[in-house]
Design a protein around this ligand. Structure first.
Ligand SMILES: Nc1ncnc2c1ncn2[C@@H]1O[C@H](COP(=O)(O)OP(=O)(O)OP(=O)(O)O)[C@@H](O)[C@H]1O
Length: 255
């Protein structure tokens, strides 16, 4: 019952189907899944379906609850989505955006409002960006914006955390900060799905790698079984030497 089941999902844009009956093996609670695949494969589309931002048919069950027809409030309490690109114009300070993200869940007493501010500040602190709390969101650098968007997702303590390329603009130190926080969430039982293009990061950060190609599941499993020379050739059309290390990393040398 606990976990995420995705079955026969169909979704797309203006009459064009992008996900053409996508099913994944069940994802257990506490699992970190890296979703990889070529540009245009449908990765973001799937995250948007899971977040309730795009209509779809089929079945998406989180702990038994069908997310595709769950009331908005109930879904918002369980699912948080960090988009690939944060909104451009947002005339709020960073801490205000994090509090606003928390308000996706009902908060009607003075006590919960104070608690919201406290939780927002704690979340910024966890990501080492407390110093940005009072800065207008609009004035952040690309990487700072990514960290603030992650804070907006983490503060809600979701059961399902969806991250679209969460580290693409981050320096090495903040990448480690982010993955540390993501692992901490997973240890509490949160299911994490993150879209990544960096296969070396996918191998060392995720328990499971899912490869999408052309809106369909191409491969799913342990990084060692999925990030392989034949699969990279079939999915990306590249010849590469792939070496998995004993510590769970991977070296990929493109020929
Ligand atoms: N808002 C939209 N309207 C119309 N078509 C869209 C829209 N968003 C995405 N698409 C199309 O859907 C397909 C899948 O896009 P999606 O963003 O899900 O791919 P992706 O795997 O996340 O790609 P990338 O790695 O480049 O971010 C693409 O062909 C894209 O052109």
């Amino acid at each position: 019952m606990a976990g995420l089941d995705i079955e026969n999902v169909r979704a797309g844009y203006r009459g064009r189907e992008v996900l053409t009956g996508l099913s994944l093996p069940p994802i257990e609670q506490g699992c970190i899944t890296a979703m990889v695949g070529p540009n245009g494969a449908g990765k973001t589309t799937l995250l948007r379906v899971l977040a309730g931002l795009l209509p779809a048919s089929g079945g998406v069950r989180l702990d038994g609850l069908n997310l595709l027809d769950a009331p908005t409030g109930e879904r918002a309490r369980k699912v948080a989505f960090m988009p690939q690109f944060a909104p451009q114009r947002l005339s709020l300070t960073v801490v205000e955006t994090v509090i606003a993200a928390l308000r996706a869940s009902p908060m009607d007493t003075e006590e919960t409002r104070v608690d919201a501010q406290q939780r927002a500040l704690e979340t910024l602190d966890r990501l080492n960006i407390l110093y940005l709390a009072l800065q207008p969101f609009d004035t952040l650098s690309g990487g700072q914006r990514q960290l603030a968007s992650l804070a907006q997702a983490l503060v809600r303590q979701p059961r399902l955390l969806l991250l679209d390329e969460p580290t693409s603009a981050l320096d090495l130190r903040y990448q480690q900060q982010v993955i540390g926080n993501v692992r901490e969430e997973a240890r509490k039982g949160t299911i994490v799905i993150m879209v990544l293009h960096d296969l070396q990061a996918a191998a060392s950060w995720a328990d499971t790698v899912t490869v999408l190609s052309g809106g369909r599941l191409f491969a799913h499993g342990h990084p060692r079984d999925v990030i392989t020379t034949p699969i990279l050739r079939q999915v990306y059309g590249i010849d590469a030497v792939v070496e998995h290390t004993a510590r769970g990393g991977v070296h990929i040398q493109v020929e």
